[in-house]
Design a protein around this ligand. Structure first.
Ligand code: B12
Ligand code: SF4
Length: 507
């Protein structure tokens, strides 16, 4: 990792700064709960770089404003307000995922209270789904879906004092009612978008050793998106609400350059491709494999069980791919077909995992329980399938429909705006309100299933992990950093055990 302060200002490569504007004119805020996340926020970083390419300098507020590693969310919020107060930007842009709703709204209110003249924009999945919540809480304009071109046009219009009503792809309040302008066509050529503004976020922390990006494997991992769009339309997912159903690909040179930059400038040793499904198009996938082979890096991606075959997994493996995350979702073909429209079968799941085992490819299985009309027997089938396929790791979620999806309409939850702020995916007190399945206590069932899945073949999994740790240690150029990370993890674990023993033994 190079010294961050010594890095060149990459905006200079991508066009002039704002005509007469300083980077303090437009400030993006990443919600503080994401500040500890090992994954960086590609969405904001893309909008930022696109604006810079077109002459609008900007800044991104992240954990760097704290100057220390440990801080409370209260301290973070105060620091954001202080920083914005000092910068006095004309525009503040806030991004938000569903779990961050309360926090993002707090940021907006605080910014408006501190500098009422600032125009506040919101973008990302949650503002796209529920623009009204943001607009009623102080946001001036919501950018819907793909954000680069819309944000540029919106800022251009506002900058030149023209009304933005004609800007396609936004929402705003008009006489107290939410008004949506028409949809904006998606960008045809993704290569037009410059690389994300890596130089404006804490890449040192993001590219530190973490086991969260490659789930279980502590590596210095960058995130790259090589395509946008998904042709499927699973009822619980809203990916194509953002990027459409037609898949658009970036070119070889464009992807190569970004991965190389992450490797050479930021010290990335692995990449997690965030594409919705990297295995959709064999030609594109093999191109990515070629890039990764040429750059000699390890990588992982998301795939669908019905879009992989023997040759693909073999080529992926030989080019450094170490893990594929699959949407297994359910062990019931009825649920897969009738409730989530996943367009896969359980036989395809078995086959995909068999192929991965054959080629020594690690796997992650995303599973969900608690779907409408799902019975206990069907959930147990899911457990049996999950056990049978023997994934290296599991992400087991209790169904919580996302607004703006077909599943939301199927569940048709009776939930107020205030309650939306309390949603989370694992233990929310609101989960029963969304539960249209045959099992009441999904939290306990999830816990039991997860414990059993994690304990299943525990020795084998532990040995495989130990082997991986040894390989990572052997391959990394940052042996000291790796040792520090492992030692830190064990120390934290030991503190937790001692703390628990103390609590349990206390009179
Ligand atoms: C990588 C990823 C993650 C990563 C990292 C998240 C992160 N830090 O961004 C991890 C694994 C941590 C994660 C976690 C979760 N995720 Co996730 N994730 C993704 C994934 C696969 C890619 C995200 C990404 O980088 N996209 C690429 C960028 C370019 O797109 P983007 O962020 O949407 O940005 C564009 C626009 O939205 C807009 N934009 C974004 N921000 C802003 C801000 C402004 C001011 C403006 C103007 C525009 C703008 O412009 C951008 C460029 O076009 C998406 C699927 C997808 N296709 O996007 C799901 C997705 C975002 N995740 C989703 C969900 C549900 C979750 C979880 C809640 C899951 C869970 N069970 O816990 C958690 C929540 C985490 C949290 N912090 O709250 C949902 C979001 C639904 C919602 N309404 O929020 C998605 C869409 C998948 C789905 N199932 O439909 N996720
Ligand atoms: S879950 Fe995956 S395959 Fe299904 S629509 Fe979403 S991104 Fe596409």
């Amino acid at each position: 990792m190079r010294d961050v302060k010594a890095m060149p200002d990459m905006s200079a490569d991508r066009g002039p700064r704002a005509a007469g504007g300083s980077p303090d004119d437009i400030v993006f805020v990443i919600p503080p709960s994401r500040w500890r996340d090992s994954r960086y926020s590609l969405g904001v970083m893309y909008v930022s770089s696109y604006l810079r390419k077109n002459g609008y300098g900007n800044a991104i507020i992240d954990d760097r404003i704290m100057g220390k590693r440990r801080f409370s969310s209260d301290e973070a919020m105060k620091a954001i307000v202080r920083r914005i107060g000092a910068m006095r930007p004309r525009f503040v842009g806030v991004t938000c995922l569903i779990n961050e709703l309360r926090e993002a709204v707090e940021v907006v209110k605080a910014v408006k209270a501190e500098s009422p003249g600032t125009t506040v924009l919101a973008g990302g999945t949650q503002p796209t789904d529920t623009p009204g919540i943001f607009l009623r809480n102080g946001v001036d304009y919501v950018v819907l879906g793909e954000g680069e071109a819309t944000t540029l046009e919106l800022i251009n219009k506002l900058d030149s004092g023209k009304p933005p009503d004609e800007v396609r792809g936004i929402a705003f309040l008009s006489r107290g009612k939410v008004r949506l302008t028409g949809p904006r066509p998606l960008m045809e050529d993704l290569d037009e978008i410059p690389y994300p503004s890596f130089d404006l976020v804490n890449m040192e922390r993001h590219l530190d050793f973490h086991e969260w990006v490659l789930r279980g494997l502590p590596m210095k991992t960058g995130l790259v998106m090589t395509s946008r769009g998904c042709p499927y339309s699973c009822t619980f997912c809203e990916c194509n609400k953002l990027f459409g159903r037609k898949v658009r690909h970036r070119s070889y040179g464009n992807i190569y350059g970004e991965v190389k930059l992450l490797r050479d400038m930021y010290g990335a040793e692995a990449i997690w491709f965030v594409d919705d499904t990297l295995t959709l198009d064999k030609g594109h996938l093999f191109m990515v494999c070629r890039i990764m082979r040429e750059l000699g890096m390890r990588w992982a991606c998301q795939g669908r069980v019905n879009t992989v075959d023997d040759e693909m997994i073999r080529v992926m493996k030989s080019s450094g791919c170490i893990q594929i995350d699959f949407g297994v979702e359910s062990g019931s073909d009825r649920v897969l077909r009738d409730i989530i429209d996943k367009r896969i079968t359980t036989s395809q799941t078995r086959e995909a995992f068999r192929l991965c085992r054959k080629h020594g490819m690690r796997t992650l299985a995303n599973i969900m329980i608690g779907l409408p009309t799902e019975t206990r027997e069907e959930m147990l089938k899911t457990y049996s399938l999950a056990r049978e396929i023997g994934a290296n790791s599991y992400v087991l979620s209790i169904t919580l429909p996302l607004p703006n999806t077909r599943l939301w309409d199927i569940v048709d939850p009776d939930i107020s705006e205030d309650e939306m702020y309390k949603l989370n995916f694992f233990d929310s007190e609101l989960l029963p309100r969304f539960n249209r399945s045959g099992v009441k206590d999904l939290v306990s069932l999830r816990k039991a299933m997860l414990t059993m899945l994690n304990n299943h073949r525990k020795l084998g999994k532990t040995l495989s992990l130990a082997e991986w740790y040894a390989r990572i240690f052997h391959g990394t150029k940052h042996k000291g950093g790796f040792i520090r990370y492992i030692a830190g993890s064990y120390l934290n674990f030991a503190y937790a055990v001692v703390g628990r023993l103390r609590r349990e033994l206390a009179p």
